[in-house]
Design a protein around this ligand. Structure first.
Ligand SMILES: C[S@@+](CC[C@H](N)C(=O)[O-])C[C@H]1O[C@@H](n2cnc3c(N)ncnc32)[C@H](O)[C@@H]1O
Length: 238
């Protein structure tokens, strides 16, 4: 997959895929978007209830969400077990140019990141690695369609390319598989809030809410896997 480096409006870089006409992040700000959607609306609400939890990321890509999650785990003294799925891993020449550790939000201790970002990319695939005391990482090089772990995660970062580029990743079937991957009371966050996507999430059993989006985007979506209530309706998890 060919990719070009592009600077976004918050001065952080993203990648552009000409073949799909898609960016890896919002052009209004890659780091701002990742911090808003995945950390502030996903990780921190989960951390209010649990100090130890597991995250599944669909589309590990640049490793930006893993980097912010690792730093947040440190900052808030959490224990996070992180699984990142990726079908098309970046080459070292690509991730070395991203420079995310130079443009982190101010609340992260930038002088303490060291070679963390490179380490996230360099650790071997398919096994868990302790990156820092409160952060374990397992990267799986696989197509999301082949992933079938169930009731294993507290939080999903759903960061696939947009439905206009990869419609097959936003279907009821895919959301049912994510619903199953979550534990009860687990939550999925994503930047995409399209009506059809929210309806597919609901058809898979999720309770979906719209939240204010990151700079440059009006809204984002958060979807909860709530406990089944006995009744005449059958939920996908039952
Ligand atoms: C929008 S980008 C976001 C990546 C990453 N979260 C980041 O912040 O850089 C989508 C990612 O999903 C990956 N991807 C696309 N199709 C996939 C599939 N079928 N299974 C797993 N990963 C996939 C892409 O290679 C890309 O890294």
């Amino acid at each position: 997959m060919k990719r070009h480096l592009v600077k976004t409006k918050d001065n952080s870089y993203t990648l552009f895929v000409p073949e799909l006409d898609e960016h890896y992040h919002s052009i209004h700000g890659a780091v701002q978007e990742a911090e808003h959607v995945f950390i502030q609306a996903g990780m921190l609400p989960v951390a209010q209830k649990k100090k130890q939890f597991s995250v599944l990321e669909i589309g590990f890509g640049t490793g930006l969400n893993a980097l912010l999650t690792c730093l947040s785990a440190d900052l808030h003294q959490l224990e996070v077990s992180y699984t990142g799925l990726e079908k098309y891993p970046l080459q070292s020449e690509e991730y070395q140019k991203l420079g995310y550790t130079d443009v982190l939000p101010q609340h992260y201790p930038q002088n303490k990141t060291g070679p963390l970002f490179e380490t996230l990319h360099q650790v071997p695939w398919a096994q868990y690695h302790t990156i820092r005391p409160g952060f374990q990482l397992r990267k799986l090089q696989t197509d999301f369609k082949n992933f079938s772990e169930q009731a294993a995660f507290d939080l999903i970062y759903y960061d696939a390319f947009a439905p206009s580029a990869q419609a097959n990743l936003w279907t009821v079937t895919r959301f049912t598989s994510m619903y199953k991957a979550l534990k009860t009371d687990g939550v999925l966050v994503t930047y995409c809030v399209k009506g059809e996507v929210r309806r597919n999430m609901q058809a898979a059993g999720f309770q979906v809410e719209k939240l204010p989006g990151p700079p440059g985007k009006r809204e984002m979506a958060r979807a909860w896997k709530k406990q089944c209530t006995p009744g005449p309706f059958k939920f996908p998890c039952c």
